[in-house]
Design a protein around this ligand. Structure first.
Ligand code: DAH
Length: 380
Protein backbone atom coordinates (compact mmCIF):
# COMPACT_ATOMS: atom_id res chain seq x y z
CA UNK A 1 0.00 0.00 0.00
CA UNK A 2 1.55 3.29 -1.10
CA UNK A 3 1.33 6.29 1.20
CA UNK A 4 -0.56 8.30 -1.38
CA UNK A 5 -3.41 5.87 -1.21
CA UNK A 6 -4.35 6.70 2.39
CA UNK A 7 -6.82 9.44 1.52
CA UNK A 8 -8.39 7.48 -1.22
CA UNK A 9 -8.73 4.43 0.91
CA UNK A 10 -10.13 6.22 3.92
CA UNK A 11 -12.49 8.08 1.58
CA UNK A 12 -14.23 4.84 0.69
CA UNK A 13 -14.99 4.06 4.31
CA UNK A 14 -15.99 7.56 5.19
CA UNK A 15 -19.61 6.67 5.77
CA UNK A 16 -18.83 4.46 8.71
CA UNK A 17 -16.73 6.39 11.22
CA UNK A 18 -16.12 3.32 13.35
CA UNK A 19 -14.64 1.44 10.37
CA UNK A 20 -12.61 4.47 9.46
CA UNK A 21 -11.24 4.73 12.99
CA UNK A 22 -10.32 1.05 13.07
CA UNK A 23 -8.56 1.31 9.77
CA UNK A 24 -6.59 4.39 10.76
CA UNK A 25 -5.60 2.98 14.17
CA UNK A 26 -4.39 -0.25 12.54
CA UNK A 27 -2.34 1.75 10.07
CA UNK A 28 -0.84 3.77 12.90
CA UNK A 29 0.13 0.77 14.98
CA UNK A 30 1.72 -0.92 12.00
CA UNK A 31 3.66 2.17 10.86
CA UNK A 32 7.22 0.88 10.74
CA UNK A 33 9.04 4.16 11.23
CA UNK A 34 8.63 7.83 12.09
CA UNK A 35 8.49 8.89 8.47
CA UNK A 36 5.57 6.56 7.74
CA UNK A 37 3.82 7.75 10.88
CA UNK A 38 4.17 11.37 9.87
CA UNK A 39 2.69 10.58 6.46
CA UNK A 40 -0.36 9.06 8.15
CA UNK A 41 -0.69 12.07 10.45
CA UNK A 42 -0.60 14.50 7.52
CA UNK A 43 -3.11 12.54 5.50
CA UNK A 44 -5.55 12.36 8.42
CA UNK A 45 -5.03 15.45 10.55
CA UNK A 46 -3.00 17.73 8.28
CA UNK A 47 -4.40 20.95 6.76
CA UNK A 48 -5.89 18.96 3.92
CA UNK A 49 -6.24 15.77 5.93
CA UNK A 50 -9.28 13.58 5.97
CA UNK A 51 -10.65 14.60 9.39
CA UNK A 52 -9.86 18.25 8.75
CA UNK A 53 -11.80 18.15 5.50
CA UNK A 54 -14.69 16.40 7.23
CA UNK A 55 -14.76 19.11 9.91
CA UNK A 56 -15.09 21.70 7.15
CA UNK A 57 -18.29 20.05 5.90
CA UNK A 58 -20.03 20.49 9.28
CA UNK A 59 -21.05 24.03 8.33
CA UNK A 60 -23.54 22.79 5.76
CA UNK A 61 -25.34 20.41 8.13
CA UNK A 62 -28.40 20.95 10.25
CA UNK A 63 -27.84 22.01 13.82
CA UNK A 64 -28.64 18.58 15.18
CA UNK A 65 -26.42 16.70 12.75
CA UNK A 66 -23.72 19.25 13.25
CA UNK A 67 -23.66 18.66 17.01
CA UNK A 68 -23.82 14.87 16.69
CA UNK A 69 -21.20 14.53 13.92
CA UNK A 70 -19.02 17.25 15.43
CA UNK A 71 -18.89 15.33 18.70
CA UNK A 72 -18.03 12.08 16.95
CA UNK A 73 -15.38 13.73 14.80
CA UNK A 74 -13.76 15.37 17.83
CA UNK A 75 -13.70 12.09 19.64
CA UNK A 76 -12.20 10.40 16.59
CA UNK A 77 -9.64 13.13 16.28
CA UNK A 78 -8.58 12.84 19.93
CA UNK A 79 -8.35 9.06 19.71
CA UNK A 80 -6.22 9.29 16.59
CA UNK A 81 -3.99 11.95 18.15
CA UNK A 82 -3.43 9.87 21.25
CA UNK A 83 -2.64 6.76 19.25
CA UNK A 84 -0.28 8.73 17.02
CA UNK A 85 1.56 10.08 20.05
CA UNK A 86 1.88 6.69 21.62
CA UNK A 87 3.22 5.17 18.43
CA UNK A 88 5.58 8.10 17.99
CA UNK A 89 6.98 7.64 21.47
CA UNK A 90 7.40 3.94 20.82
CA UNK A 91 9.19 4.46 17.50
CA UNK A 92 11.43 7.16 18.94
CA UNK A 93 12.49 4.86 21.76
CA UNK A 94 13.07 2.06 19.34
CA UNK A 95 15.22 4.28 17.14
CA UNK A 96 17.24 5.49 20.11
CA UNK A 97 17.81 1.97 21.41
CA UNK A 98 18.85 0.91 17.98
CA UNK A 99 21.35 3.76 17.72
CA UNK A 100 22.74 3.14 21.20
CA UNK A 101 23.22 -0.51 20.39
CA UNK A 102 24.95 0.36 17.13
CA UNK A 103 27.22 2.99 18.61
CA UNK A 104 28.39 0.93 21.56
CA UNK A 105 32.17 0.94 21.76
CA UNK A 106 34.33 -1.39 23.74
CA UNK A 107 36.84 0.95 25.31
CA UNK A 108 39.04 -1.95 26.30
CA UNK A 109 39.81 -2.82 22.69
CA UNK A 110 43.26 -1.82 21.37
CA UNK A 111 43.46 1.13 18.97
CA UNK A 112 42.92 0.16 15.35
CA UNK A 113 44.75 0.95 13.22
CA UNK A 114 47.67 1.15 15.66
CA UNK A 115 49.33 4.57 15.64
CA UNK A 116 52.33 4.54 13.33
CA UNK A 117 54.02 7.81 14.31
CA UNK A 118 56.62 8.00 17.05
CA UNK A 119 57.74 10.83 19.31
CA UNK A 120 61.41 11.71 18.74
CA UNK A 121 63.58 11.18 21.84
CA UNK A 122 64.46 14.90 21.80
CA UNK A 123 60.78 15.85 21.87
CA UNK A 124 60.32 13.34 24.68
CA UNK A 125 63.14 14.85 26.75
CA UNK A 126 61.77 18.33 26.00
CA UNK A 127 58.35 17.30 27.34
CA UNK A 128 59.91 15.76 30.41
CA UNK A 129 61.93 18.89 31.19
CA UNK A 130 58.87 21.10 30.75
CA UNK A 131 56.81 18.74 32.96
CA UNK A 132 59.36 18.85 35.80
CA UNK A 133 59.99 22.60 35.79
CA UNK A 134 56.31 23.27 35.07
CA UNK A 135 55.47 21.48 38.30
CA UNK A 136 57.91 23.81 40.12
CA UNK A 137 56.09 26.85 38.72
CA UNK A 138 58.41 27.75 35.85
CA UNK A 139 57.02 29.25 32.65
CA UNK A 140 58.38 28.35 29.21
CA UNK A 141 60.00 31.30 27.40
CA UNK A 142 61.18 31.47 23.80
CA UNK A 143 63.59 33.50 21.72
CA UNK A 144 64.61 33.63 18.05
CA UNK A 145 67.13 31.19 16.54
CA UNK A 146 68.71 34.08 14.61
CA UNK A 147 70.05 36.47 17.20
CA UNK A 148 71.89 39.75 17.25
CA UNK A 149 75.24 39.88 18.97
CA UNK A 150 73.91 42.10 21.72
CA UNK A 151 71.57 39.37 23.03
CA UNK A 152 73.83 36.41 22.24
CA UNK A 153 77.06 37.96 23.61
CA UNK A 154 77.34 41.58 24.75
CA UNK A 155 74.42 41.68 27.17
CA UNK A 156 75.70 38.43 28.66
CA UNK A 157 78.92 40.16 29.66
CA UNK A 158 80.83 38.95 26.62
CA UNK A 159 81.99 42.11 24.79
CA UNK A 160 83.56 41.83 21.33
CA UNK A 161 87.11 41.29 22.60
CA UNK A 162 86.09 38.82 25.27
CA UNK A 163 88.05 35.54 25.04
CA UNK A 164 84.90 33.54 25.82
CA UNK A 165 83.61 34.42 22.39
CA UNK A 166 86.28 32.21 20.90
CA UNK A 167 85.10 29.32 23.06
CA UNK A 168 81.98 29.02 20.97
CA UNK A 169 82.37 28.18 17.30
CA UNK A 170 79.83 30.66 16.12
CA UNK A 171 77.93 30.66 12.84
CA UNK A 172 77.65 34.26 11.66
CA UNK A 173 75.04 35.58 9.24
CA UNK A 174 75.64 38.73 7.19
CA UNK A 175 73.54 41.74 8.07
CA UNK A 176 72.27 43.07 4.73
CA UNK A 177 72.03 46.58 6.23
CA UNK A 178 75.58 46.79 7.54
CA UNK A 179 78.99 45.61 6.33
CA UNK A 180 80.34 45.96 9.89
CA UNK A 181 81.07 42.49 11.39
CA UNK A 182 79.88 43.68 14.79
CA UNK A 183 76.43 44.14 13.29
CA UNK A 184 76.25 40.68 11.75
CA UNK A 185 73.74 38.26 13.14
CA UNK A 186 74.50 34.85 14.64
CA UNK A 187 72.45 31.69 14.91
CA UNK A 188 72.35 31.55 18.66
CA UNK A 189 75.21 29.61 20.21
CA UNK A 190 73.28 29.00 23.44
CA UNK A 191 69.83 29.64 24.94
CA UNK A 192 71.25 32.29 27.31
CA UNK A 193 70.06 35.21 25.11
CA UNK A 194 66.53 34.27 26.18
CA UNK A 195 67.55 35.41 29.67
CA UNK A 196 68.04 38.92 28.32
CA UNK A 197 64.90 38.85 26.17
CA UNK A 198 62.88 37.76 29.20
CA UNK A 199 64.31 40.49 31.44
CA UNK A 200 63.51 43.07 28.76
CA UNK A 201 59.88 41.96 28.73
CA UNK A 202 59.12 40.95 32.31
CA UNK A 203 59.50 42.46 35.73
CA UNK A 204 60.77 40.23 38.55
CA UNK A 205 59.83 37.91 40.07
CA UNK A 206 60.95 35.86 37.05
CA UNK A 207 60.94 32.09 36.89
CA UNK A 208 61.39 30.72 33.37
CA UNK A 209 62.97 27.94 31.42
CA UNK A 210 63.86 28.37 27.74
CA UNK A 211 64.31 25.10 25.90
CA UNK A 212 65.28 25.28 22.23
CA UNK A 213 67.71 24.84 19.36
CA UNK A 214 71.27 26.12 19.49
CA UNK A 215 74.07 26.05 16.92
CA UNK A 216 77.85 25.68 16.86
CA UNK A 217 80.28 24.52 14.24
CA UNK A 218 81.06 21.09 15.64
CA UNK A 219 80.52 17.53 14.42
CA UNK A 220 81.35 14.17 15.99
CA UNK A 221 79.59 11.34 17.86
CA UNK A 222 78.56 13.66 20.70
CA UNK A 223 78.33 17.00 18.81
CA UNK A 224 76.08 18.15 15.99
CA UNK A 225 76.01 21.68 14.49
CA UNK A 226 72.43 22.01 15.71
CA UNK A 227 71.76 20.82 19.22
CA UNK A 228 69.41 21.58 22.11
CA UNK A 229 69.76 23.45 25.35
CA UNK A 230 67.46 24.49 28.13
CA UNK A 231 68.12 27.72 29.96
CA UNK A 232 66.77 28.51 33.40
CA UNK A 233 66.40 31.91 35.02
CA UNK A 234 65.03 32.83 38.45
CA UNK A 235 65.12 36.41 39.68
CA UNK A 236 63.67 37.85 42.84
CA UNK A 237 64.85 39.99 45.75
CA UNK A 238 66.18 37.20 47.94
CA UNK A 239 67.00 34.38 45.53
CA UNK A 240 70.21 32.63 46.59
CA UNK A 241 72.67 29.94 45.57
CA UNK A 242 70.87 27.62 48.02
CA UNK A 243 67.71 27.93 45.93
CA UNK A 244 69.75 27.11 42.84
CA UNK A 245 71.19 23.98 44.43
CA UNK A 246 67.83 22.75 45.72
CA UNK A 247 66.07 23.44 42.46
CA UNK A 248 68.62 21.63 40.29
CA UNK A 249 68.92 18.74 42.71
CA UNK A 250 65.15 18.24 42.56
CA UNK A 251 65.34 18.45 38.79
CA UNK A 252 67.94 15.71 38.34
CA UNK A 253 66.20 13.46 40.84
CA UNK A 254 62.96 13.77 38.89
CA UNK A 255 64.64 13.60 35.49
CA UNK A 256 66.73 10.49 36.09
CA UNK A 257 63.96 9.02 38.27
CA UNK A 258 66.49 8.19 41.00
CA UNK A 259 65.57 9.52 44.44
CA UNK A 260 68.99 9.46 46.09
CA UNK A 261 71.06 10.43 43.03
CA UNK A 262 74.55 11.67 43.91
CA UNK A 263 75.39 15.21 42.80
CA UNK A 264 78.16 17.72 43.33
CA UNK A 265 78.73 21.35 42.39
CA UNK A 266 82.21 22.35 41.17
CA UNK A 267 83.37 25.97 40.96
CA UNK A 268 83.60 27.08 37.34
CA UNK A 269 83.62 30.16 35.17
CA UNK A 270 81.00 31.72 32.92
CA UNK A 271 81.03 35.39 31.97
CA UNK A 272 77.33 35.79 32.78
CA UNK A 273 77.32 34.33 36.29
CA UNK A 274 79.26 35.11 39.46
CA UNK A 275 79.91 32.85 41.25
CA UNK A 276 79.64 30.09 38.65
CA UNK A 277 79.48 26.34 39.05
CA UNK A 278 79.07 23.15 37.14
CA UNK A 279 76.86 20.36 38.35
CA UNK A 280 77.98 16.73 38.13
CA UNK A 281 75.98 13.62 38.77
CA UNK A 282 77.45 10.45 40.23
CA UNK A 283 77.89 7.50 37.89
CA UNK A 284 79.85 4.36 37.28
CA UNK A 285 81.71 4.04 34.03
CA UNK A 286 82.65 0.52 33.08
CA UNK A 287 83.94 -0.76 29.77
CA UNK A 288 80.65 -0.82 27.95
CA UNK A 289 78.17 0.56 30.44
CA UNK A 290 77.39 3.80 32.19
CA UNK A 291 75.30 3.55 35.32
CA UNK A 292 73.77 6.80 36.53
CA UNK A 293 73.23 7.72 40.16
CA UNK A 294 75.84 5.59 41.88
CA UNK A 295 79.55 4.82 41.64
CA UNK A 296 82.75 6.80 42.04
CA UNK A 297 82.80 8.64 38.71
CA UNK A 298 81.26 12.01 37.85
CA UNK A 299 79.48 13.25 34.79
CA UNK A 300 79.12 16.98 34.13
CA UNK A 301 75.59 17.87 33.11
CA UNK A 302 75.13 21.63 33.36
CA UNK A 303 76.55 25.08 34.04
CA UNK A 304 74.97 27.46 36.51
CA UNK A 305 75.55 30.37 38.85
CA UNK A 306 74.25 33.62 40.28
CA UNK A 307 73.31 36.05 37.51
CA UNK A 308 76.12 38.61 37.05
CA UNK A 309 75.05 42.15 38.08
CA UNK A 310 76.16 43.40 34.64
CA UNK A 311 73.76 40.94 33.01
CA UNK A 312 70.86 42.10 35.18
CA UNK A 313 71.68 45.71 34.27
CA UNK A 314 71.88 44.85 30.55
CA UNK A 315 68.40 43.33 30.85
CA UNK A 316 67.09 46.51 32.50
CA UNK A 317 66.90 45.13 36.04
CA UNK A 318 68.43 46.96 38.99
CA UNK A 319 71.17 44.68 40.45
CA UNK A 320 70.97 46.56 43.76
CA UNK A 321 67.40 45.48 44.20
CA UNK A 322 67.29 42.08 42.52
CA UNK A 323 69.40 38.96 42.28
CA UNK A 324 68.92 35.49 40.91
CA UNK A 325 70.32 32.33 39.47
CA UNK A 326 70.63 30.88 36.00
CA UNK A 327 71.55 27.56 34.51
CA UNK A 328 72.12 26.10 31.07
CA UNK A 329 72.10 22.49 30.04
CA UNK A 330 72.51 20.65 26.76
CA UNK A 331 69.87 18.00 26.63
CA UNK A 332 70.74 15.93 23.55
CA UNK A 333 73.42 14.25 25.63
CA UNK A 334 70.87 13.62 28.36
CA UNK A 335 68.62 11.91 25.83
CA UNK A 336 71.55 9.73 24.75
CA UNK A 337 72.26 8.87 28.38
CA UNK A 338 68.72 8.29 29.53
CA UNK A 339 67.64 6.24 26.56
CA UNK A 340 70.92 4.54 25.69
CA UNK A 341 71.42 6.02 22.21
CA UNK A 342 75.11 5.88 21.27
CA UNK A 343 75.56 8.45 18.45
CA UNK A 344 74.10 11.96 18.52
CA UNK A 345 74.40 12.41 14.74
CA UNK A 346 71.76 9.71 14.19
CA UNK A 347 69.21 11.91 16.01
CA UNK A 348 69.00 14.28 13.07
CA UNK A 349 69.32 11.96 10.10
CA UNK A 350 65.54 11.59 9.75
CA UNK A 351 65.80 7.85 9.36
CA UNK A 352 62.31 6.45 9.93
CA UNK A 353 63.72 3.05 11.00
CA UNK A 354 65.76 4.78 13.70
CA UNK A 355 62.69 6.66 14.91
CA UNK A 356 60.63 3.46 14.98
CA UNK A 357 63.30 1.90 17.17
CA UNK A 358 64.14 4.79 19.51
CA UNK A 359 60.91 6.79 19.39
CA UNK A 360 58.02 6.84 21.85
CA UNK A 361 54.36 5.98 21.50
CA UNK A 362 52.53 9.31 21.16
CA UNK A 363 49.78 8.48 23.64
CA UNK A 364 52.21 8.23 26.55
CA UNK A 365 52.39 11.81 27.72
CA UNK A 366 55.10 12.83 30.17
CA UNK A 367 53.81 14.20 33.43
CA UNK A 368 54.99 14.27 37.01
CA UNK A 369 51.83 12.55 38.18
CA UNK A 370 51.37 10.08 35.34
CA UNK A 371 54.99 8.98 35.06
CA UNK A 372 57.76 10.86 33.35
CA UNK A 373 59.47 8.66 30.82
CA UNK A 374 56.83 5.88 30.68
CA UNK A 375 59.59 3.39 30.12
CA UNK A 376 56.87 0.87 29.42
CA UNK A 377 55.88 3.11 26.54
CA UNK A 378 59.15 2.71 24.70
CA UNK A 379 58.29 1.70 21.18
CA UNK A 380 60.75 -1.14 21.16
N1 DAH B 1 75.35 29.25 28.02
C1 DAH B 1 76.28 28.28 28.54
C2 DAH B 1 76.82 27.42 27.40
O1 DAH B 1 76.23 27.37 26.39
C3 DAH B 1 75.63 27.41 29.56
C4 DAH B 1 75.30 28.13 30.80
C5 DAH B 1 76.19 28.12 31.87
C6 DAH B 1 74.12 28.82 30.95
C7 DAH B 1 75.90 28.79 33.04
C8 DAH B 1 73.83 29.49 32.12
C9 DAH B 1 74.74 29.46 33.17
O2 DAH B 1 72.68 30.16 32.30
O3 DAH B 1 74.44 30.11 34.33
O4 DAH B 1 77.81 26.79 27.55
Amino acid sequence: MGTDSFNFMYEENMENLQDLQNKILTDISSAANLKKLEEIRVSVLGKKGLITEKMKTLGSLSMEDKIALGKELNLLKTTIENTLNERKQFLENQELNHRLANETIDVTLPIRPETQGRIHPISKIYEEIVAIFGEMGFEVAEGPDIEDQFHNFNALNMPADHPARQMQDTFYINNPNSPNVDDSFVIRTHTSPVQIRTMEKKHPPIRIIAPGRTYRSDYDATHTPMFHQVEGLVIDKTTTMAHLKGCLYDFVRAFFEIDNIKVRYRPSYFPFTEPSAEMDIGCRKSKDELKIGEGEDWLEILGCGMVHPKVLAAGGIDPNEYQGFAFGMGFDRLAMLKYGIPDLRTFFESDIRWLKYYGFVPLDESSMTGGLSNNGGLAR
